[in-house]
Design a protein around this ligand. Structure first.
Ligand code: ATP
Ligand code: LTN
Length: 337
């Protein structure tokens, strides 16, 4: 069925139990908004998750947990397609073709790979981690997506997607839509509350600056109240000079809709403590209903699994059509039926 709406595709790895505030503000919140304006496909990237070791039982549980959180955040399976990457074998199949189109040096320039492999060492780094961005390219191109809503850290992977789409189209004839990254400036990068120079990340060295949405609200409130600020006392937005306070203002603004200027005015003459106490309340008011909705889905795994089964069926229809074109264009002999 041809759709009038332009298409978006995005994915998240089910590799940590809880999503963090950076995942939500940087990505998942946009997914929810885009389901009303776009033909939206969202994916739990379990093939990507195993590029680093995962305990099988944890991966399975975390895949359901990730689906429940996305639904808890407001995604409606009637208005978009939510599926598990490994349920659609075309991802791995197109991934292989794309691997054969990617230069070794080109893949070696991916900064996320360089960072992660430097931490793990060559022996601890899988070949899968090296080709991770190429699989991501396949994810996007299979659905002929126009836009890809992600955080800033994914920009280079979207650039690679554009390059490979153009390369394939140039070599074999028009096949793929060349996608754009969809990155909102205000939420492109949420920072760690303890180390405001670093992005909030599930692989941070300490969890003290990480706001996990599924944590007990008490724990979350405490983390917000002990966020690092600076020795000055003025509440002012200045990401370079005052990264800690600016990150708190950014989160506050994003969760409430109040502008930064309004917040600066509200806290004019007040101490950082007042800002942190109020922000702790804002965050708790956000996570409390989110956790309750997520729990409802977790308590009903049959419904959850059937949402994912329907999603995979819809996704496969689209993915199979693209893959068939690709196999034909590269010159594979059709299998006789
Ligand atoms: P890791 O740091 O281990 O790579 P992660 O915490 O970045 O993991 P991902 O699963 O890689 O989590 O990211 C899922 C989505 O969330 C991506 O679109 C990513 O760009 C976005 N995202 C992650 N962290 C942030 C952040 N701090 N600010 C804004 N967006 C973010
Ligand atoms: N690498 C992404 C997850 C991801 C993705 C995708 C995002 C896998 N496939 C396709 C957008 C489009 C990340 O967030 N770490």
């Amino acid at each position: 069925m041809a759709s009038e709406r332009s298409r978006v595709l995005s994915g998240i790895q089910p590799s940590a139990g809880s999503f963090h505030l950076g995942n939500y503000l940087g990505a998942v919140r946009q997914w929810v908004a885009l389901q009303d304006t776009h033909d939206a496909f969202y994916m739990l990237a379990d093939l990507h998750a195993i590029t680093v070791p995962q305990a099988p039982a944890d991966l399975r549980a975390n895949t359901r947990l990730a689906a429940a959180q996305i639904l808890g955040a407001g995604l409606d399976p009637e208005r978009c397609t939510l599926f598990v990457q490994s349920h659609v074998p075309e991802h791995a199949e197109l991934g292989w073709v794309m691997n054969c189109l990617t230069g070794f040096g080109e893949a070696a320039r991916m900064t996320q790979f360089k960072d992660k492999s430097a931490k793990q060492g060559t022996e601890g780094t899988s070949v899968g981690l090296f080709t991770y961005p190429v699989l991501q390219v396949a994810d996007i191109l299979l659905y002929q997506a126009h836009q890809v809503p992600v955080g800033e850290d994914q920009r280079q992977h979207i650039e690679l997607t554009r390059d490979l789409a153009e390369r394939f189209n140039g070599r074999y004839g028009e096949t793929f839509t060349v996608p754009d990254a969809y990155i909102l400036k205000e939420t492109a990068k949420i920072y760690d509350l303890q180390e405001p120079a670093n992005k909030m990340s599930k692989s941070a060295s300490s969890v003290k600056g990480l706001i996990n949405l599924m944590d007990e609200p008490k724990v979350t409130a405490k983390k917000v109240k002990s966020a690092v600020t600076d020795t000055d006392t003025v509440v002012r937005y200045d990401p370079v000079g005052k990264p800690g306070v600016s990150n708190l203002l950014g989160i506050y603004s994003n969760l409430t809709g109040a502008s930064i200027a309004e917040l600066e005015q509200k806290y004019d003459g007040k101490m950082y403590g007042a800002l942190k106490t109020d922000l702790a309340e804002v965050v708790v008011d956000f996570v409390t209903p989110f956790r309750a909705r997520t729990q409802e889905y977790l308590d009903d795994p049959e419904t959850l699994d059937s949402i994912l089964a329907k999603g995979a069926e819809k996704a496969r229809t689209v993915a199979a059509e693209t893959l068939a074109q690709v196999y034909d264009k590269v010159g594979f002999l059709p299998a006789k039926r």
